[in-house]
Design a protein around this ligand. Structure first.
Ligand SMILES: Cc1cc2nc3c(=O)[nH]c(=O)nc-3n(C[C@H](O)[C@H](O)[C@H](O)COP(=O)(O)O)c2cc1C
Ligand SMILES: O=C(O)C(=O)c1ccccc1
Length: 352
């Protein structure tokens, strides 16, 4: 992990309410998957190229029409207001100032329109499909109207994972905060949280439906298998995110780092493949990019930055990751992410 990230993590631990800290850190079950994510990127070794004139390294990245300064983006995460009074407004400002994209969660703690107004650059909307499908569709339409460039449909969460260290699935967030973006769409008298629970009955047709409702490309987040990624693409997905949800859903799911190559082999020639989970340095990202990822999402480190230093620290953390990536790309003999190929990485061990 980069020193800046380790430092922000400690500062966030002191700054955050203890229950918020635990909620951010938590993984599901025994936290096997959450615990393995970072180390899994270190299961690859690099085979650098040499004598390639790396005096200029270009990190610019294009993903579904978004022009980005680097391949780092902010993963969708719930309740940024636990970390900072401006919540997601601060996050998008900080990320945008670094030229990075933010994926804004359905469980954002600030109104989508406010977040959109604070965003200096592109942002995407993460959709949870809730039991009240109309609720999800209204949100997707609002996100499209507010300027979202894509919908990221999270599919690894038919039920929210049980996080033992926070005594279940969520911390004590009052309804008005939990439902910031949802309350206005709820039928009066409806039991808010039930209508806004995850819908466990999703099938691939939801991909086409959300694309139609929002008029935006739909990226499916939370796939770990090539065959499943293919199923999503056949149903209309414009991209996929290889993710274990930061180890917060199915515990003992294999780490994203080990799932990525299979997904790239299945759909990488047709759609962009993004990845997240445990990316904490430029070298982690280099491995992901060499394996065929178009971009990497960063989760918890952004929340640490937000808690420790607001928007400015979010910019710093993303710029530090980009600077580190620029450096290691040069050392590996590559002048851009696209200049990498799978021959640059080799698994350190074959038994996992
Ligand atoms: C506190 C927290 C809240 C999250 N909320 C969401 C969410 O609302 N929607 C979603 O698709 N993923 C959510 N995630 C998962 C992240 O998008 C991402 O997959 C994961 O955090 C990446 O791993 P990392 O934190 O190790 O970088 C959440 C993760 C954390 C830590
Ligand atoms: O905490 C999470 O990981 C998450 O995705 C979520 C899901 C539903 C409500 C709040 C957070």
């Amino acid at each position: 992990m980069l020193a800046l990230l380790a430092d922000l993590r400690e500062r966030a631990r002191s700054a955050l309410r203890p229950d918020a800290w635990e909620y951010y850190e938590a993984g599901a079950g025994d936290e096997v998957t959450a615990g393995e994510a970072e180390a899994a990127w270190r299961d690859f070794r690099l085979r650098p190229r040499v004598l390639r004139d790396v005096s200029r390294v270009d990190l610019r990245t294009r993903a579904l029409g978004a022009d980005l300064a680097s391949p780092f983006a902010v993963a969708p995460m719930a309740f940024h207001a636990l970390a900072h009074p401006d919540g997601e407004c601060a996050t998008v400002r900080g990320a945008g100032d670094a030229g990075c994209l933010t994926v804004v969660s359905t469980r954002a703690s600030r109104p989508l329109e406010d977040v959109a107004a604070a965003a200096p650059g592109p942002w995407w909307f993460q959709a949870y499909v809730m039991r009240d499908r109309g609720l999800t569709e209204a949100l997707v339409q609002r996100a499209a109207a507010a300027g979202a460039g894509a919908v990221v449909l999270t599919v690894d969460t038919p039920h929210v994972g049980r996080k033992q260290r926070v005594g279940g699935v969520r911390i004590g967030i009052p309804d008005d905060e939990y439902l910031v973006n949802l309350a206005r769409h709820l039928v009066p008298g409806a039991v808010g949280r039930e209508a806004a629970e995850q819908d466990p009955s999703l099938t691939p047709d939801v991909i086409g439906r959300l694309a139609e409702v929002g008029g935006l490309p739909v990226v499916v987040k939370g796939v770990l298998r090539g065959d499943e990624a293919l199923r999503c693409v056949q149903a209309g997905a414009a991209g996929v995110v290889v993710s274990t949800h930061g180890g917060r859903q199915l515990d003992r799911a294999l780490p994203s780092a080990h799932a990525l190559a299979d997904v790239v082999a299945a759909v990488g020639d047709r759609v962009p493949v993004l990845v997240d989970g445990g990316v904490r340095s430029g070298t982690d990202a280099l491995v992901a990019l060499a394996l065929g990822a178009t971009a990497v999402l960063v989760g918890r480190p952004v929340l640490w930055a937000l808690a420790a230093g607001g928007a400015v620290a979010v910019t710093e953390v993303l710029e530090e990751l980009a600077a580190d990536l620029r450096h290691v790309l040069a050392l590996a003999g590559a002048t851009s992410p696209a200049d990498l190929d799978p021959a640059v990485v080799v698994p350190r061990r074959v038994d996992r």
